[in-house]
Ligand binder design. Structure first.
Ligand code: ZN
Length: 301
């Protein structure tokens, strides 16, 4: 099934639900960054969470950045997700591998670490971004972002994100976000019903691997609570906005002396985009043009 995101409501707008399948984009991230299993799970879970968070934003260019910095061997990770369905990200130490945890699952919490912070920045596309920091709860990502949504955005939420990765790569990844809107915030019975059902799910990827679709998962959770699934299916994908032109602009800021030094010592420059792993080669010719350009603009001033 193609990577996709769908939205739904229930309880006459008292519940907002979003679901995502991110199997392919997580596999793409795994290949681009040569991620270990546990790094794939950590980044994949956070990329799904980023897209789920971005899905509620209003303006076209809105983006969410999630930075996780824990005391585990992974060192940290960063995800940049947009309302437009694009996402990119990386982990600091991509080759860290750990034995399975006590539940026999990939030890994302151990790799991320349970002490540290989650930084979330919501950029609505103009003006000042809204940023907030919360402490990590477990380093398992789902719980940490849920904690963020409750404490920083005052929205009681359940976030379930998962990645299934093995020798064949990523074969299932995605998640669901169910949120209680202000109009239902006092409805204790509704909240406890939802909590019990989500606790029963025991993870997201088992559902995908059983062949369940997002509408079927919503149906089983919210079918008797006035579920309305929006007809639009949004495609989501790994996408980076880096380009050779951007690399040249970054090189230009180094200034004339540094560029001349690079030409002399290295005969060019190589730059790797940390978000997507793309490698860009600037030749001595490219660098010389930048130097000429800098000299010309210096004279013009
Ligand atoms: Zn890139």
């Amino acid at each position: 099934m193609a990577d996709q995101l769908i939205r739904a409501t229930a309880a006459e707008g008292g519940i907002r639900a979003v679901g995502i399948i991110s199997t392919r984009l997580t596999e793409e991230a795994r290949q681009r960054h040569k991620l270990s299993y546990v790094a794939t799970a950590a980044l994949g879970r956070t990329m799904s969470a980023g897209l789920l968070l971005a899905s509620s934003m209003k303006r076209e260019n809105s983006r969410v950045n999630i930075r996780v910095k824990g005391n585990g061997p992974l060192g940290g990770l960063l995800v940049d997700a947009g309302l437009d369905g694009t996402v990119r990200g990386y982990v600091f130490n991509p080759d860290v591998e750990l034995p399975p945890n006590a539940q026999g699952k990939l030890d994302v919490g151990g790799a991320v670490g349970s002490e540290g912070f989650v930084y979330v920045v919501r950029d609505i596309g103009h003006g000042y971004p809204y940023s907030s920091t919360v402490e990590l709860v477990s380093g398992e990502i789902g719980e940490d972002i849920t904690h963020y949504l409750f404490t920083s955005e005052q929205t009681p939420s359940a976030l379930l994100v998962g990645v299934f990765v093995g020798a064949d790569g990523v074969t299932a990844a995605g998640g669901i976000l169910v949120q209680i809107m202000p109009k239902a915030a006092q409805d204790e019975a509704l909240i406890s019903t939802l909590e019990a059902r989500i606790a029963e799910l025991k993870g997201f990827t088992p559902l995908l691997r059983e062949g369940k679709t997002l509408p079927e998962i919503f149906e089983s959770l919210l079918g008797d609570l006035g579920l309305e699934i929006f007809p639009d299916v949004q495609l989501v994908r790994f996408d980076c906005r880096c380009s050779f032109d951007r690399v040249l602009s970054a090189l230009r800021t180094l200034g004339e002396a540094e560029l001349l030094d690079m030409i002399e010592k290295d005969g060019g420059a190589e730059a790797t985009c940390e978000f997507c792993g793309e490698v860009y080669q600037a030749t001595d010719q490219h660098l010389s043009e930048l130097v000429q350009d800098l000299q010309a603009s210096a004279i013009a001033e």
